[in-house]
Design a protein around this ligand. Structure first.
Ligand SMILES: Cc1ncc(COP(=O)(O)O)c(C=O)c1O
Length: 371
């Protein structure tokens, strides 16, 4: 029984379920040496310059950090080539997503997004007692015509993750621009680029291609993935100063902590050291895809740090069997499994375990290839 008068939209919500940890899988299956390829984390620890900056900042945690993270904003702005008042930081990019929902969604308002997509979207929308309008994917990627057509006068937000989680497919800034042209200018379009650093540059740069042209576009990015700072929670958003000002009003006080700010600044100063890790992940992604295609799989175009296998009804069973072999992936019930690109050894373990688990279920051609 609930205590107090819980808002109906919260009472109806399921709690957020993070990807299963390796330790959980080990305990559940009575195994050792499990690996987690379930949350699209970076398998490499932060580079020494970043860990040194975190260590140095630790002695200052008796004080609140700079709420506005002015130095970090300025550094991010000059890095991406915009003015400081066009950038804000958040508690992960998921924190910025929540700020966007708080800022724009009243109960009953609509947020439109393709589906399957990032699982936090319907959760954040539901928290505001607003309505999620899900637009089905076509062949694992966005149907941008259908997204534009789903916008009504109740729509306040459009949420587009490119590359998309979990399918990994990306859309070009040219295609996004054509869609945004069709959307009223008072509808905010979030271009969620959590996986920016893994995408083929040919898809364009939303900060350069869309933000100057569309004041209603907000681009969010994160230091969680490519820069390996998932545990510190640091994301940033770029948009028109008027939008950024409103988002800033709903940032939880000091939500971007001092260690995160120090690590973010250090990461921006150490891009040359971090780049090889990103390149390794890209090489490994190519290898993973290559081996799976060789084995007969037809996969959606993998543009992030994960690979998506649309195995439909076999998903839950395959995920459990992989876990029994110590490989934790992320299942999406009846849709497919998402496998984070890990180290060479981790990817080898996944490939071996997947081959073993899938063989008795039949040829890859037996599995669905489109949604
Ligand atoms: C599409 C997408 N957006 C945002 C995030 C949130 O990342 P973070 O809050 O760590 O910045 C994720 C994380 O998985 C994601 O997949």
């Amino acid at each position: 029984m609930p205590i107090g008068r819980v808002r109906p939209s919260i009472a109806a919500m399921a709690p957020y379920r993070p990807g299963k940890s390796a330790a959980q899988a080990e305990a559940e299956h009575g195994i050792a040496d499990a690996i987690k390829l379930a949350s699209n984390e970076n398998p490499f620890p932060p580079v020494p310059a970043v860990t040194a900056a975190i260590a140095a900042a630790a002695s200052g945690v008796n004080r609140y950090a700079d709420h506005r993270a002015a130095e970090l904003r300025a550094a991010l702005a000059s890095w991406v080539g915009v003015e400081p008042d066009q950038v804000t930081v958040g508690c992960g990019s998921v924190g910025l997503l929540q700020q966007l929902c708080i800022t724009y969604l009243d109960p009953g308002d609509e947020a439109v997004f393709p589906w399957l997509s990032f699982e936090a979207y319907p959760v954040m929308v539901a928290q505001m007692a607003a309505t999620s309008v899900r637009v089905p994917l076509v062949d694992h990627t966005f149907d941008l015509d259908a997204v534009a057509a789903a916008v009504t006068d109740r729509t306040k937000l459009v949420l587009l993750a490119t590359p998309n989680n979990p399918t990994g497919t990306a859309v070009s800034t040219a295609a996004l621009a054509a869609m945004i042209e069709r959307v009223p200018s008072d509808v905010i379009v979030l271009v969620d680029e959590a996986y920016r650093e893994f995408v083929d540059p040919g898809f364009g740069d939303p900060v350069a291609d869309l933000v100057p042209r569309f004041p209603n576009v907000v681009v969010s990015r994160t230091l969680s993935k490519a820069y390996g700072l998932a545990g510190l929670r640091l994301g940033y958003a770029v948009g028109a100063p008027e939008v950024i000002t409103e988002l800033d009003k709903v940032l939880l006080a000091f939500a971007v902590n001092g260690l995160a700010q120090a690590a973010g600044l250090a990461a921006l100063g150490a891009l040359d050291e971090i780049r090889p890790n990103i390149d390794t992940l890209l090489t490994e992604r190519t290898r993973l895809v290559g081996e799976l295609v060789q084995a007969g799989w037809r996969l959606p175009d993998a543009q992030a740090n994960f690979v998506y296998l649309p195995i439909g009804a076999a998903t839950a069973g395959v995920a459990v069997e992989l876990e029994r072999r110590g490989v934790v992936v992320r299942p999406f019930a009846n849709e497919g499994i998402r496998v984070t690109v890990g180290t060479v050894e981790q990817n080898d373990r996944f490939l071996a375990a997947f081959g073993e688990v899938i063989a008795p279920l039949g040829e890859p051609s037996r599995f669905p290839t489109e949604t």
